[in-house]
Design a protein around this ligand. Structure first.
Ligand code: NAD
Length: 304
């Protein structure tokens, strides 16, 4: 049963924003607003694009102070501000602390409380979309913002052996070191790109978390033919949903998970934390997929 405070929170007017750079074409506002309307919530979601506002990422603290004054009750945070947001908030939940990144800030009674729902979105998508996925030996390409969240989620889901690859070797090494410390019972290793071919042949699954495959960044980061039979393949790229990687893997008959699940999952978790009301995940999925299908195809690199 809901407490009185929770009921009041659900019934309150919600003013929410998305802060990031180059986010004009983000699908997050319609995703939140349409679901909120279906739930009967009074909910407005605004885009606060640093480029349009003429503000630098370092101005995030001042911008958050502005939105507090304007009566916002939460902001989602996206590229390039997630680490800055983590350093700014008054408190952060355990996972955001371990990730050192925040993509949701609740603004409550003068305090800022940070969460990371990116990893939750990936976890939920993996569990629902690839329920039989073996996590015995997972290879991940890309160790930036999205990659940190997927790697963390994989380990939270029980990955036994995780190999991290990135064109920026230092980045892969640093993420591997951080996660190995957080998950001592797993094996987390940086893997040089030259060793990728051999490891792909024996991997139980592969996560792709680089920008390759986006509409304006076509390509595949590795040779799908090198994967063994039954290896599952997961892409974080969602514009388009069917990346070249997903298409090639599906053509080979491999189990696939597209980037849409993670994108919807982080929005689902954010909405639930903001409002205290559980959204309808399937309805959000259908809406998100229809939004992607209806896009004309001419947009920039928008996160969030
Ligand atoms: P980022 O710039 O933080 O990280 C990308 C990483 O990929 C970098 O470390 C880079 O060195 C590495 N890289 C690039 N090309 C490579 C290659 N060929 N081989 C190996 N490593 C390579 O970017 P990000 O924020 O992590 O975003 C990555 C992708 O994930 C983008 O397409 C973004 O839109 C998508 N994304 C999806 C979701 C979702 O919810 N599905 C969420 C966030 C980001």
């Amino acid at each position: 049963m809901r407490t009185r405070a929770a009921t009041e929170r659900a019934q309150a007017k919600h003013l929410v924003g998305l802060i990031g750079e180059g986010i004009g074409s983000s699908l997050t506002p319609p995703l939140h607003e349409v679901e909120a309307a279906a739930l009967g919530l009074d909910y407005e979601y605004r885009v606060l694009d640093l480029l349009t506002l003429g503000r630098a990422p370092e101005d995030l603290g001042a911008l958050i102070a502005d939105v507090v004054a304007e009566g916002y009750d939460a902001v989602n945070i996206t590229h390039p501000c997630k680490q800055i947001a983590y350093r700014l908030v008054d408190e952060a939940d355990d996972d955001a602390q371990r990730l050192g990144a925040v993509n949701l800030v609740l603004l409550r009674e003068g305090r800022t409380i940070g969460y990371n729902t990116d990893w939750m979105g990936y976890r939920d998508g993996l569990v629902a979309g690839l329920p039989r996925a073996s996590l015995a030996l997972v290879v991940q390409l890309g160790c930036g913002g999205a990659g940190a969240a997927t790697a963390y989620a994989l380990l939270m889901c029980g990955a036994v052996d995780l190999r991290l690859v990135d064109a920026d070797e230092r980045r892969a090494q640093d993420l591997a070191d951080t996660l190995q410390e957080l998950f001592p019972s797993a094996r987390v290793r940086y893997t040089p790109a030259v060793d990728l071919g051999d490891i792909l042949a024996v991997a139980s699954g592969v996560v792709h978390a680089t920008p390759l495959g986006m509409t304006h960044h076509p390509g595949v980061a590795f040779d799908v033919e090198r994967l063994g039979e039954g290896t599952w393949v997961s892409d974080v790229v969602y514009r388009p949903l069917e990346t070249e990687l997903i298409r090639k893997a599906a053509q080979r008959g491999l189990p696939v998970l597209d980037g849409g699940r993670m994108a919807v999952g982080q929005a689902f978790a954010s909405m639930e934390i903001i409002t205290g009301v559980r959204p309808d995940r399937q309805r959000m999925e259908r809406h998100f997929r229809s939004l992607i299908e209806h896009e004309s195809g001419a947009f920039g690199v928008a996160n969030g």
